[in-house]
Design a protein around this ligand. Structure first.
Ligand code: RTP
Ligand code: MG
Length: 148
């Protein structure tokens, strides 16, 4: 089953949006298979955002993503990579439509609440960087069994 790496950025954690964001992906029907609250070391931030290292905002981006704890997650489900990107909304919250996470909660591009892998290659790379093949849990959901 397809997996993606999603992360509530430091602004989302500070604004108490972890629950809101987890809830959206849960209600959509995706399955949480890994999660941790963590402070990203600078080297990991530079590697994670390596594709942007020549961009003028790279320094700011690394400073921001390491400025406080993030909530790193792996979600699983059919087309979860592309669907999560739709649910996040456009990179710049000013272009993100209402109903998306960035559209509902974000204002500026440098503080856009959430990160999500943009392709199967990025998902595999980012899950490897943040979870190193550990901390992922495979489990069946069986609602009736847990209600009664
Ligand atoms: P992300 O990687 O964080 O999920 O965001 P994204 O794919 O939607 O956007 P991307 O192009 O990968 O950019 C990474 C992050 O860099 C910041 N950014 N700042 N100042 C700027 O013009 C600018 N452009 C991008 C954003 O925080 C973006 O999420
Ligand atoms: Mg990106």
């Amino acid at each position: 089953m397809e997996k993606t790496f999603l992360m509530v950025k430091p602004d989302g954690v500070q604004r108490n949006l972890i629950g809101e964001i987890v809830s959206r992906f849960e209600r959509k029907g995706f399955q949480l298979v890994g999660a941790k609250l963590m402070q990203i070391p600078t080297e990991l931030a530079q590697e994670h955002y390596g594709e942007h290292k020549e961009r003028p905002f790279f320094g700011e981006l690394v400073d921001f993503i390491t400025s406080g704890p993030v909530f790193a997650m792996v979600w699983q489900g059919e087309n979860v990579i592309a669907t999560a990107r739709q649910m996040m909304g456009a990179t710049n919250p000013k272009d993100a439509i209402t109903g998306t996470i960035r559209g509902d909660f974000g204002v500026i591009v440098g503080k856009n609440i959430i990160h999500g892998s943009d392709s199967p290659e990025s998902a595999e790379r980012e899950i490897g960087l943040f979870f190193k093949g550990e901390g992922l849990v495979e489990y069946k959901r069986d609602v009736d069994n847990w209600i009664y």
